[in-house]
Design a protein around this ligand. Structure first.
Ligand code: AMP
Length: 121
């Protein structure tokens, strides 16, 4: 991907501690916090701390360890928030046409109730 990472995107500022977030999980590589405009009873955003623009960037350039940490963190957070019982959905929007607004790779973890159809026409 030739696009340059925007160091001033909102999630970069959250990682640097310049703006607050409702944190639910953090380790050396991963941060997770509640979405400011939740689309489900539980709506958590899981992000790597290193600067990846999107899933395309992350999948091409993250280390195997980072990829594993991301996957494990999502599973752990789902379990901690009792989402395994209700079921949950993972979404990542990659690029503007897919609806990506914040250019720092993030996975939406949605659950806590019955979710609407995945794609509405
Ligand atoms: P996306 O459209 O996939 O890029 O998702 C970006 C998400 O970030 C949206 O669901 C927003 O509600 C959420 N968001 C934007 N700013 C913040 C913030 N300061 N804290 C938490 N979530 C945010």
């Amino acid at each position: 991907m030739s696009e340059k990472y925007d160091e001033n995107n909102i999630f970069a500022k959250i990682i640097r501690g310049e703006i607050p977030c409702d944190k639910v999980f953090e380790n050396d590589m991963i941060l997770a916090f509640r979405d400011i405009a939740p689309k489900a009873p539980v709506h958590i955003l899981v992000i790597p701390k290193r600067p990846y623009i999107s899933f395309a960037d992350f999948s091409a350039h993250a280390s195997p360890e980072e990829m594993a940490e991301m996957t494990r963190a999502i599973g752990h957070i789902a379990q901690e928030n009792h989402l395994e019982k209700t079921g949950y959905r993972l979404i990542t929007n990659c690029g503007k046409n897919a609806g990506q607004e914040v250019p720092h790779f993030h996975v939406h973890l949605l659950g806590g109730g019955t979710l609407p159809p995945f794609i509405q026409s």
